[in-house]
Design a binder for this molecule. Sequence first.
Ligand SMILES: NC(=O)c1ccc[n+]([C@@H]2O[C@H](COP(=O)([O-])OP(=O)(O)OC[C@H]3O[C@@H](n4cnc5c(N)ncnc54)[C@H](OP(=O)(O)O)[C@@H]3O)[C@@H](O)[C@H]2O)c1
Length: 290
Amino acid sequence: MTRILVTGATGNIGVELVNYLNKPNDEFETIVAVRNIERAKKTFHGLSHLTYAWFDFENPNSFDEAFDDIDILFLLRPPHISKVDKYFQPLLNSAKKKGIEKIVFLSVQGAEQSKVIPHNKIESLIKSFGFKFIFVRPSYFMQNLTTTLLPELIKHQSITLPAGQAKFNWIDIKNIGEVLAILMRDFDKFQNQAIEITGSENKNFLEVTEVMSRMVGTQFTYISVNPVRFYFKKRKEGVKSGFAVVMAMLHFLPRLQKEPEISNNFNIITGKKPTTLEEFIIREKAKITS
Ligand SMILES: NC(=O)c1ccc[n+]([C@@H]2O[C@H](COP(=O)([O-])OP(=O)(O)OC[C@H]3O[C@@H](n4cnc5c(N)ncnc54)[C@H](OP(=O)(O)O)[C@@H]3O)[C@@H](O)[C@H]2O)c1
């Protein structure tokens, strides 16, 4: 039995990954690593084959027990955690001490180009510990439209970001979850690789609001602001400083970089085509208009 521990299991990617991993009578056991087991059991109430472990990124006392007898660790960085040395150094130390050898880390497209973003630092740290690794570097989640950007979309039918005319590549998290499950089940085939997972479209936010307006039948607008103004807007809305900085950087830096590469890794690994933005907006229309 191969034991897979999934951190961030109740989040965007985690839920999709756990759903794709969960199979009855499987040679893989999925262990959901969460800070609130009762809440997680409600999230996964239909999935009877899961086991649960208490795990808190911000409490090193939770690491050793959660990492007991684990073969593969799925690791992500919760968006509000930006201090890599403070949180990931002790975490990886414990993983090493407990004999974990394989880590699949959810990184971000372009992580290798920017030394300042936490994903770059975490990738380096994982390598420096000598783990076997797979770095999955997805592009920009379509689900940002139905999570972080949703309140403004519903209230003002607008998106405000410091992204200018920068093009983003748009990927459905269901596609990422599906790929991750395949990589984890077939770790040795993909080990020590960084794999970009992208959708098939590069679009800037103006173009995306145009697609949304057409598909939903409501006029949506895009407002580009400078990163400093964006930071203070987010702080005023109650967003924590570290998260506001990362959000500003992730949306501003693409203005200084070339357009994202479109990879066909999703197709190579799954044999399928990635979700298009139109398909996504039709599927999630009810959320955007509620
Ligand atoms: N958004 C994008 O476009 C994009 C693109 C590429 C890469 N990424 C990267 O993807 C990562 C985020 O993935 P996501 O969107 O799936 O995350 P998410 O939906 O924000 O979920 C975060 C997860 O982390 C858990 N968590 C938070 N704090 C915790 C703690 N102290 N201890 C234990 N668990 C904790 C949450 O659990 P609770 O249920 O307990 O809160 C939740 O399961 C980030 O590193 C981001 O940079 C994002």
